[in-house]
Design a protein around this ligand. Sequence first.
Ligand code: AMP
Length: 212
Amino acid sequence: MDLILFGIQGSGKGTQGKILKDRYDTAYFETGAELRRLSKEDSKLGKKVKEIIEAGHLVPNEIVMEIVENFLKNVPKGKNVIFDGIPRKMEQAQSLDALLEKHGREYKAVILDLSEQVALNRLTLRRICSKCKTVYPADYENDMCERCRGELITRSDDNPESIKTRIKAYFDETMPVINMYLEQGKLLRINGEQSIEAVSKELFETLDPIYK
Ligand code: AMP
């Protein structure tokens, strides 16, 4: 059973996703990271994706789906996948559904619930490691990554304009997908406004019966 992770930007989706990946030994598809990697390529496509990401808009569906399809081809048989950052709009949910069905895969979805205000505060103040990309919250006081000693920087799309655009896209485009999964009985809800440890604990309680 695959797992689709939902949550407003800053909800801790990436942090929790990686904890779940380790606990349940799954493969992990982080859409934003895959696209950021593509955006660094010195090609026409790379430059186009870079511009879209920095403005906070969604990258065209065909580009995203091609990356997912390539990823799925390399997932070993029997390995579950955690999807982080996809689907982000209805058209993408339909493409992803079709792709998963084609590969004979089933999924559940989980959402980390967080208010817009808390999300805004977290995004404005968070920093990431320039080398290993670990995310550090506002109250982390050092300027150096505790894992790899890389320098902590602000993500280039964590600027006020882009944050506003991304949050609007979340409500306008992703929320209808979340509501659809809720109606279909595929969605599990977790309170994302707790400490990292408390959110993980709630996730384990909900997901252990499925994955352990
Ligand atoms: P994230 O790291 O999830 O915040 O994603 C960073 C940026 O990558 C987003 O603001 C979009 O520009 C792009 N992106 C991530 N996921 C998707 C997706 N599923 N569809 C289209 N664009 C995406």
